[in-house]
Design a protein around this ligand. Structure first.
Ligand SMILES: C[S@@+](CC[C@H](N)C(=O)[O-])C[C@H]1O[C@@H](n2cnc3c(N)ncnc32)[C@H](O)[C@@H]1O
Length: 542
């Protein structure tokens, strides 16, 4: 029995709740939340989805953006750096996190971003309108009156063509997580110190799994799956996402009912494939197609998927939405591949392939692309990565590598692209700021926000607002990619790290001694490879 021998006071849920509500005021100050960029909440993505459903949203380059519960600004700072003519406001209860956000904004000389330490309940600027309002990872973790206020702010402060992004835990999927959470809350109820709480939470999970060693059946399977997922998570995430006193999942239809009271309607889900009936069995899609109500339709999909998390996009009542999609809606959008080739194509045959085996960049799912135009267009898109491409650009470069006319490619791939978006093979953005660098300059320059954050974190935002995890040696190179150092100068700087034993070069898998004469020969290649890696990860601006 864990903790056997210590005499615990009786478990009184109301007392625990009160104690944790009081503690909750400061948990984010004691242990800040790791603050990252979320591409699904980026205005470029939100506006692309709004366009798909027939709206004319404000372009990201001149948008006014509000983030509620912005933590230390990990989501807003990269956007502010990318779009100097847009304005950004971040609000969070935690003074410590807001202080960190302000320090970063000032270190980056960003003048278009403001951070305010205040409660959502105190936020009161009715007259100011925002084109995009983001509340990522907040709604389910705050009391009912704060939840209500989040939706009220979206209703009051969203511009007429604005889009709000609200993420939250959903039922029925969260029921399985709740089982684990209840165990952790019960076991850690007498530990107030956050680090100890996390340690004990992990202990009870291991204890339960050990207890199920000889068992079989669904209970064991469910617990094992949940526990294994939590094993991979950071302590900060475990503390805030699972051990906070409030964690209030709801059904999608309940959420939409509340949003409706604030004059908000459903635009769509940030993950478009989850809305597409074509991704379900024929019987399911035929049955649900008969329901002329997107919310009811999607609620049934949540039952089927046992969905546990949603990222809902809301717009103001009165926005006229078009749910009958045609390829014409793709004009003005740019495409990003979500799958890579599972094997390289033979050189010279890029323009003639008729079948591609693909693997998802996230999660490793396999897919197959069939047809010459589809394949050649997809290869062209992959070759342009990390730059998002318009349909015209895809068609032009696909025509260059094949014998097919670009108008034919444009037309046929335009029809297919719509399907590929809803199948999750392509993602979309309206972001057309020419910022990504495919060929690094003589003095390569890192995306400044990413470089600043790499000094304290392994995960940094790239120019597509994705999170990139840097290895330790890449982090080392990254700090010298300032736009002021040539590759030769970077080599000199890295030699000091090699001498101190902080960096080891490998040749054919074997480490080079720090005083090896081969270092002179291999260091330039090493740097070139790392710089190309940074460029391909959309982390360079020069
Ligand atoms: C789980 S974190 C999510 C942070 C960030 N949005 C993200 O997804 O990475 C929740 C954030 O909401 C903030 N928060 C909680 N209650 C709040 C309130 N009443 N007013 C403003 N911010 C609040 C916390 O300080 C914390 O930074």
């Amino acid at each position: 029995m864990p903790g056997a021998g210590t005499k615990a006071p009786p478990f009184q849920p109301w007392r625990e709740a009160l104690k944790q509500v009081l503690l909750n005021m400061t948990t984010y100050d004691t242990i800040p939340y790791p603050s990252y960029s979320y591409p699904q909440s980026a205005p470029g993505t939100l506006s692309a989805i709004a366009r798909i459903f027939g709206m004319q949203p404000t372009h990201v380059t001149k948008a006014r953006v509000l983030e509620i519960g912005c933590a230390s600004g990990g989501n807003l700072l990269p956007l502010a750096a990318r779009y100097p003519a847009a304005t950004f406001l971040g609000v969070d209860l935690s003074e410590k996190q807001i202080e960190q956000a302000k320090q970063q904004a000032s270190a980056l000389d960003l003048e278009n971003i403001t951070f305010e330490a205040k409660s959502i309940l105190e936020f009161d600027i009715k007259e100011e309108k925002f084109d995009y309002i983001i509340a990522h990872g907040v709604y389910s973790w705050v009391p009912a009156n704060v939840q209500e206020r989040i939706l009220e702010i979206c209703g009051e402060n969203l511009s007429n063509n604005g889009v709000a992004f609200v993420s939250y835990n959903t039922l029925p999927g969260w029921n399985a997580v709740k089982t684990i959470r209840d165990m952790m809350l019960y076991h850690t109820r007498n530990f107030d110190e956050p680090a100890q709480k996390v340690l004990e939470a992990r202990r009870i999970l291991n204890f339960v799994i050990e207890g199920l060693e000889a068992a079989s059946g669904p209970h064991k399977q469910i617990l094992e799956r949940e526990v294994n997922t939590l094993k991979e998570t950071d302590d900060n995430y475990l503390l805030h996402d699972h051990l906070e006193v409030i964690n209030d999942p709801c059904y999608f239809h309940e959420f939409m009912e509340k949003a409706g009271k604030h004059g908000l309607i459903y635009l769509g889900d940030a993950g478009l494939p989850s809305m597409f009936l074509g991704n379900y069995t024929e019987r399911v899609s035929n049955t649900l197609r008969q329901i002329d109500d997107t919310i009811r339709q999607e609620q049934y999909l949540d039952f089927i998927d046992n969905r546990r998390f949603r990222e809902t996009l809301l717009v103001k009542e009165g926005c006229s939405l078009n749910r009958r999609l045609t390829p014409a809606i793709l004009d003005g959008l740019r495409f990003i591949p979500c799958y890579d080739l599972s094997q390289p194509i033979e050189t010279g045959s890029e323009g003639t392939v008729e079948n591609l085996d693909l693997v998802a960049l996230q999660g490793g799912r396999k897919a197959n692309m069939i047809g010459k135009i589809a394949c050649v267009a997809y290869v062209a898109l992959l070759r342009a990565a990390p730059l998002p491409q318009s349909l015209d650009e895809i068609a032009a470069s696909a025509a260059d590598i094949s014998d097919i006319d670009k108008k034919v490619i444009r037309k046929e791939f335009g029809v297919l692209a719509l399907k590929l978006i809803f199948n999750g093979v392509l993602s979309v953005t309206t972001d057309n700021v020419p910022y990504h660098i495919k060929t690094p300059s003589e003095k390569p320059k890192a995306f400044p926000v990413a470089r600043l954050q790499s000094l304290t974190m392994n995960k940094v935002p790239n120019l597509r607002h994705e999170i990139v995890t840097l290895s330790n040696d890449l982090k080392l190179v990254f700090q010298y990619v300032t736009g002021e150092n040539s590759k030769e100068q970077i080599a000199e700087l890295l030699k000091e790290h090699i001498e101190k034993g902080e960096l080891t070069l490998h040749v054919n898998g074997k480490p080079l001694e720090k005083d090896s004469p081969d270092i002179e020969q291999y260091l330039p290649q090493y740097i070139d490879a790392r710089i190309m890696n940074l460029a391909n990860s959309a982390l360079l601006v020069g």
